[in-house]
Write a protein that binds this ligand. Structure first.
Ligand code: TXA
Ligand code: MG
Length: 333
């Protein structure tokens, strides 16, 4: 298949180009598009055959459900059987933005979107190109991250091209994703709202709006993954290189020692480590570059990537969640 790359302005999306992509969605085909978190691989969420193409293009296991993206808050009522008060509060505060909420689904949502679950995950992204595409398509868009299954999520169009060129008709190119990590996923069908995947919107942010929110202990997460958020049981975000995370007060000394043993290595940290090292200015910057650096170091044929761990609070919770999932070894010093 010939893949067309459409360059669209992130600030002023050209409507004529958006319409070309929207037409493809309406025909039941796939379009990769930017969001503020990562690039997504979209299909008409109400068309079972179109949704099936997503799983085929990504090589995604068919028990890992998709997020449905909307461009108008009101559309949540078309997809969800019941929208609790706390969902409305969260939508008002965080939509459009990097929060996905899980609600009881209506029959209109095909079973392959939710992989047979009785719930549906919904998000209204804030990226102008994403919003314009959904609006012009006039249907909700089901979209996982636009990477091959198991690869790091794509944070720019070049990543999508590397993974999916020749497999899908259109890839929209609109620069780098602002956040760089996938959205926070919150289950609102349990008695106490529960975070299924941490993201930019932190537990504290959510508690400010709706009170109690549960962040499952890592051991509980393992058990829950099977039923609640099936996607979480797969090893994700992994570069080909082995990833060694170093957690503790003085990771630098240890990483420098370890680098002497593994010469073909790279570092993602907060201070200089010489060649093949990236110095993050803060957590936000680390989140933004993490997946990109994984891919860049892979391209260079790096064997080991050392990553400085961060405290697991606030946005650090999401960051460490992704780093640990990519990790082959976790070293505590
Ligand atoms: O930021 C994002 O969320 C990006 C952009 C494209 O919006 N999308 C994304 O999709 O990361 P994906 O498919 O890579 O991750 C979706 C996550 C998975 O962990 C999946 O298991 C969970 O959401 N999920 C989807 N539907 C669910 C449901 N009904 N119940 C529980 N978890 C669900
Ligand atoms: Mg993904």
């Amino acid at each position: 298949m010939q893949t067309r790359v459409l360059k669209i302005s992130r600030d002023k999306p050209e409507i004529s180009l958006i319409r070309i992509a929207a037409r493809e969605i309406r025909k039941g085909n796939l379009v990769a598009f930017p969001t503020e978190t990562v690039y997504g691989l979209g299909a008409n969420a109400l068309n079972k055959k179109a949704v099936a193409k997503i799983f085929r293009a990504k090589g995604r296991p068919n028990d890992n459900p998709l997020i449905v993206h909307i461009s108008d808050k009101k559309d949540v009522y078309k997809l969800a059987k019941f929208v609790p008060k706390r969902a409305v509060k969260l939508m008002d505060k965080f939509w459009p933005g990097p929060l996905t909420i899980v609600l009881k689904k209506k029959a209109i949502v095909p079973n392959n979107v939710t992989c047979g679950l009785s719930t549906v995950a919904v998000r209204m992204p804030s990226h102008k190109v994403a919003l314009a595409l959904i609006k012009e398509s006039r249907v909700p868009i089901a979209a996982p991250s636009a990477n091959l299954s198991g690869r790091p999520s794509p944070t720019n169009a070049a990543h999508v091209i590397a993974d999916l060129s020749g497999k899908i008709p259109i890839i929209i190119s609109s620069g780098s994703a602002d956040i760089g990590l996938e959205s926070t996923v919150l289950n609102l069908t349990s008695i106490v709202p529960t975070i299924l995947r941490p993201g930019k919107i932190t537990p504290e942010d959510l508690r400010h709006v709706i009170g109690r929110v549960r962040v499952p202990h890592p051991i509980m997460q393992k058990i829950m993954r099977k039923s609640r958020s099936p996607g979480m049981k797969y090893r994700h975000y992994s570069p080909k290189a082995e990833v060694v995370v170093v957690i503790g007060k003085n990771p630098k000394k240890v990483i420098l020692e370890m680098r002497k043993l593994k010469k073909n290595s790279a570092v993602i940290g907060f201070s200089g480590y010489g060649n093949n090292s990236y110095v993050c200015s803060d957590l936000k910057d680390m989140a933004k570059v993490l997946f990109r650096k994984f891919r860049e170091f892979d391209k260079k044929g790096i064997g080991t990537i050392y990553v400085e761990g961060v405290p697991e609070k606030g946005f650090g919770l999401a960051l460490m969640n992704r780093i640990k999932k990519a990790a082959t070894i976790i070293v505590k010093v």
